[in-house]
Ligand binder design. Structure first.
Ligand SMILES: *[C@@H]1O[C@H](CO)[C@@H](O)[C@H](O)[C@H]1NC(C)=O
Ligand SMILES: *[C@@H]1O[C@H](CO)[C@@H](O)[C@H](O)[C@H]1NC(C)=O
Ligand SMILES: *[C@@H]1O[C@H](CO)[C@@H](O)[C@H](O)[C@H]1NC(C)=O
Ligand SMILES: *[C@@H]1O[C@H](CO)[C@@H](O)[C@H](O)[C@H]1NC(C)=O
Ligand SMILES: *[C@@H]1O[C@H](CO)[C@@H](O)[C@H](O)[C@H]1NC(C)=O
Ligand SMILES: *[C@@H]1O[C@H](CO)[C@@H](O)[C@H](O)[C@H]1NC(C)=O
Ligand SMILES: *[C@@H]1O[C@H](CO)[C@@H](O)[C@H](O)[C@H]1NC(C)=O
Length: 487
């Protein structure tokens, strides 16, 4: 999920690493009846080194026991945050478990939350961080699933995940088909890697989201205003005499002193627009920051009646627009452009390392389709950043080769079965996700009007009809895999 931890880098010529998953607390759904436990597993599944660590997982047995211990196991493959974030925001699993008498399990990804292989030292040196990878995490889940199947009647296992969690779910089915009967992979950009997607697609979708808002409530040409603001910011970046005014206009906590500081400001502004597009949910959510329903529309209102030829007026409106993301409650006293833009997620390190090693996702934009202007992906600058920060060079072809998703680009996933790939029509991560399938054993669809894995949230009356239909498709697929309700 997905934080724009270092989006600013992007602007000094390297690249933005945007965490695909997002966390927010739900207003509708509160997980209840879960029990926490530890599972002891190997730090390194690929040597005979005997070191172990405790990974956390939560289980809920109520529905399973109600069904006479005959139901399946629904297993959420945790991603890049404390696992409670996913319990809080994946109410659909609970909803579905109730009707299928499933045991629900949420596993915490190693190096996140409290599942730290080397405790507080886990991010302190390459010799500790090197066990943070999807294949190690998948092996953790394979051992945990084996244990759970032994404990619970050899129950069939369906895995679920959103965003990076959805990638893990799909890969879990691909790598461990004997342990996992099927996977629901929501907004899972498994094709976002080198050579499998157009890096410029990401910002193009964000820009399209904002252009849809154009026609709403009189905020005309929202994207033109944002583009004007970005043009001007890049233009004045070299002009020291504007820095004081920029600090004042954007109420930055610290004065802008260097060109690099202006990069940080630009990244901070871009993050707000990016996250509002990713989490453009139809009802109010309490993400990292509380936001209203349809934040894209709401932020565009800041430009209503603004004179687009008056650049400072446009910048002032931009300050208001990003306030929908950073300051919706009106309690922020200044914009901390050097701080993390992900709230107190505590997972920025882990994602940054993953994106520098196995999960290097090229993201960029071109002026023709991006309201943020030209921001080409620069692999060399990215490699330099990763070396400096973590002492590693991105393995850019890891996902394609390790999981076989790029074996035949004409028929992706030809030899794979029992995966549903759901996508949101508003979600920028679609650019690297599986949105259609010509393999009859793989279901893929795009839900109009939906942002990043809206379908995994607890059903809400404000959900677009395609999201409700998507959930029905997911349930039918699971029932088909389990061999129930078939006529
Ligand atoms: C899990 O293990 C950690 C230490 O690794 C410990 O602090 C924690 O209390 C344990 N939790 C449970 C539920 O046993
Ligand atoms: C999950 O939600 C509970 C309340 O329902 C809240 O106390 C907790 O802080 C949330 N945890 C995370 C990680 O979002
Ligand atoms: C990335 O993928 C492209 C297309 O498959 C390939 O030509 C290129 O060599 C790859 N880049 C690197 C650095 O391996
Ligand atoms: C806001 O945006 C969404 C998604 O683009 C759109 O479907 C909806 O009609 C808009 N609603 C309002 C009230 O502006
Ligand atoms: C818009 O701003 C431009 C540049 O500052 C100015 O010349 C023009 O008069 C303004 N238009 C209106 C309608 O205020
Ligand atoms: C400083 O910004 C204000 C709006 O915040 C604008 O009216 C003014 O023209 C700007 N001054 C300079 C010198 O750019
Ligand atoms: C936050 O909102 C309040 C209330 O509208 C406003 O007074 C304040 O200037 C805003 N601060 C920032 C940093 O946006």
């Amino acid at each position: 999920m997905f934080w724009v931890t270092t989006l600013s880098l992007f602007l000094i010529g390297t690249l933005g690493r945007i965490i695909p998953h997002i966390e927010y607390s739900p207003l509708q759904y509160t997980p209840q009846g879960y029990t926490v436990a530890n599972f002891t597993t190997y730090v390194d599944h690929y040597t005979t080194m005997p070191n172990t660590f405790n990974m956390r997982y939560f289980t809920k047995t109520l529905y399973y026991l109600n069904g006479g211990s005959k139901g399946p196991i629904f297993f959420y493959t945790g991603n890049e945050a404390p696992v409670e974030s996913f319990m809080n925001n994946t109410g659909f699993i609970d909803y579905l478990a109730q009707s299928l008498n499933a045991l629900v399990v949420y596993a915490e990804h190693r190096y996140f939350g409290q599942s730290l292989p080397f405790g507080g030292k886990s991010f302190q040196s390459p010799s500790y961080t090197k066990y943070l990878s999807p294949h190690q995490a998948l092996a953790d889940y394979a051992y945990l699933i084996t244990y759970l199947k032994t404990k619970y009647n050899n129950a069939p296992v369906i895995v679920f995940g959103g965003s990076y969690g959805g990638m893990l779910s799909a890969w879990m089915r691909i790598k461990y088909p004997d342990l996992v009967l099927g996977a629901i992979a929501a907004s899972a950009p498994i094709m976002a890697f080198n050579g499998t997607a157009d890096p410029n697609g990401f910002n193009a979708i964000i820009t399209r989201d904002y252009s849809i808002a154009d026609t709403e409530k009189g905020a005309s040409e929202c994207t033109a205003y944002v583009a004007t603001a970005f043009d001007y910011l890049y233009q004045v970046q070299g002009d020291l005499t504007t820095y004081y005014n920029l600090s004042m206009t954007f109420q930055t906590c610290d004065a802008l002193i260097t060109k690099g500081d202006v990069d940080e400001l630009i990244g901070y502004i871009q993050s707000a627009f990016t996250y509002m597009a990713m989490t453009d949910y139809p009802y109010a959510t309490n993400f990292l920051n509380p936001m209203p329903g349809h934040p894209v529309n709401v932020s565009c209102q800041a430009y209503a009646d603004v004179n687009i030829s008056d650049t400072w007026e446009v910048l002032q409106a931009t300050f208001k627009a990003i306030g929908i993301y950073y300051n919706y409650t009106g309690t922020s006293t200044c914009n901390d452009i050097f701080g993390t833009q992900t709230g107190n997620l505590g997972s920025a390190n882990g994602w940054d390392y993953l994106s520098c090693s196995t999960l290097n996702i090229p993201i960029g934009g071109i002026k023709q389709t991006s309201m943020f202007g030209n921001q080409p992906w620069n692999q060399q600058a990215e490699n330099q950043y990763c070396q400096q920060t973590w002492g590693v060079t991105p393995q850019i072809n890891y996902a394609n080769i390790f999981y076989g998703t790029n074996v035949n680009p004409m028929i992706p996933l030809r030899d794979v079965s029992n995966i549903v790939f759901s996508n949101g029509g508003l979600d920028p991560w679609q650019f690297g996700s599986v949105t259609k399938s010509n393999n009859p054993n793989i279901i893929a669809f795009v839900m109009e009007g939906a942002a990043h894995h809206l379908d995994l949230r607890y059903p809400n009356p404000l959900d677009p009809p395609e999201v409700s239909a998507g959930r029905v498709t997911e349930q039918s697929a699971i029932e088909y895999w389990l061999g129930i309700n078939q006529n």
